[in-house]
Design a protein around this ligand. Structure first.
Ligand SMILES: [Zn+2]
Length: 272
């Protein structure tokens, strides 16, 4: 079945050799990334998906590719992007995400009171606006460096139950690391939002360019200022356990065209 889906996918796309970035990033499942091959025209194609602008780069200086973030809520089947106004179809496969059950000692973090709900709503709006930014810069690198030295502890997409109650699925990737461990920018970027949030704790958003945006949460310290430009590998903060966290770790979100996708894809650690 998967072979058939793959075959159909290949038939749907123009035939030519795909580059390394395409092969590494093309994981067309809910919460994954679809890479479309767009040929070698002179100017950058304008690509939109679900009404949002999409990242396009020229791979190996030859082929334009569109790198589309697929929301976790995507339905498997045929999807459509607009390339210079023309519909281009591609296939979204399926992926099973496991469940995770977490016990929190503070019931307020499971069912917040009305005042906290208001705060959460305000904070969500602020963060959503950050994810919707689309700056023209080209990402310095699409194959990311790990932002922190430490093992992966909790994968993206887990269906989470806090004290037995289902809440939003895990929107990022967790790394286990001690409080104070330096967190480094996986690619160059601009600091577009800094916050101290109810769920996410101390948080930094970095815009890598063209809708590719990282969020780093639960920090013990923030070492950057709003508007600061960070080089690839630049120190942005330190691991902590602020916000809704059961212990020190880094929670890292990666967003493309306002869709939170599996960060493991970008560090070559994706598991189907
Ligand atoms: Zn997390």
């Amino acid at each position: 079945m998967r072979l058939l889906a793959l075959l159909l996918l290949c038939l749907a796309l123009p035939v030519h050799a795909e580059g390394f970035i395409s092969r590494l990033l093309h994981k067309p499942v809910p919460g994954g990334v679809a890479v479309l091959q767009l040929g070698s025209k002179a100017s950058a194609p304008q690509v939109r998906f679900q009404g949002k602008s999409v990242l396009t780069v020229k791979e190996d200086g030859q082929q334009w590719i569109a790198i589309i973030g697929l929301p976790l809520t995507s339905q498997p089947g045929t999807a459509q992007a607009l390339v210079d106004g023309q519909a281009v179809e591609f296939q979204i496969g399926s992926k099973h995400y496991r469940e995770q059950r977490i016990t929190l000692k503070n019931p307020e973090q499971v069912n917040p009171n009305p005042a906290n709900l208001k705060r959460i709503e305000r904070e969500l709006a602020e963060q959503t606006a950050a994810y919707q930014q689309f700056s023209p810069r080209q990402p310095s690198n699409l194959l990311f460096d790990k932002p922190v030295a430490g093992p992966l502890s909790s994968p993206f997409g887990l269906r989470r139950f806090f004290n037995g109650e289902e809440r939003n699925p895990h929107s990022g990737l967790d790394f286990a690391a001690k409080t104070g461990t330096p967190i480094k920018a996986p690619a160059a970027g601009k600091v577009i939002l800094i916050g101290d949030y109810f769920f996410n704790g101390k948080t930094v958003f970095i815009d890598h360019g063209q809708g590719l945006i990282s969020m780093f949460c639960h920090l013990s310290a923030v070492d950057v200022q709003l508007g600061q430009e960070l080089p690839r590998g630049g120190l942005l903060g330190k691991v902590g356990s602020t916000g809704r966290a059961t212990g020190p770790h880094l929670h890292w979100n990666v967003s493309l065209n306002d869709a939170r996708v599996d960060p493991a894809i970008f560090i070559g650690a994706f598991t189907p």
